[in-house]
Ligand binder design. Sequence first.
Ligand SMILES: [Zn+2]
Length: 258
Amino acid sequence: MTSSVSDNGPESGGAPSHCPVCLSSVFSSYGEKNGCSVIQCASCDYIFCHPRPAQEQLNEMYKGGDGEGAVDEHFFPKASSRRRRAFFNALKLRRYIRGRRALDLGCGGGFFVDAARLMGGDSHGLDVNGHAIAYARRRFPKCQFHLGSFGSFRGKIGEFDFIYSSEVIEHVNDVEDYMDFLSSLMRPDGVVFITTPDIEWKGGAENPLEWDVFSPPIHIQFFSEETLVRLFRRYGFVSLRRVPDRGAGLKMLFQKQG
Ligand SMILES: [Zn+2]
């Protein structure tokens, strides 16, 4: 799928050509935060930054290291609690993982990748940050880790039965490229577990712009359950269910239509 806004920005002023969720071309201003202007689709209420940050700025924020060499053992603080949390997350998802090919898209230090391996999955992780991948490779040598931008792996690592992508979609510069890539990695009937902050979370600040999750250019787009479901539907997924979360998490399971 191609679109006029999938060139990884930066974009000039003016309205975007279309809403990535519903394809409408009518927008209203939502406000401004950290020098970024935020707009809302008048049709589906999807909220996102426009223009997007320059890709070079994001590369600077997220890249680092070549995935090899010396590893800072403290690169991921509270590693043991991360590992425990990943284990219990994977345990709840084991029916989608056991005996399947699984990928953590945006895997960081590889905690979930190893947990998915322990659940019996052929477990892979992919991340753009070289320090994170070096850490993951060193700490979890039985798993397979891939370093690079998402686009650089298009068509190169095969297809998966299960994809886990936690707190990633709000960061990506081009959500249509991310969805296109995710979709290209999925086997028919494959399942995705995705998490992102819920912009409708009632425990957040009354004005979402004041909520610390509203943090462009780190977070660039903001989802409700409705806009996330609608975005996935556009790419051929059906919603299986929302997974309850006591905090601000929007956690959803989707299945790719065969
Ligand atoms: Zn829309």
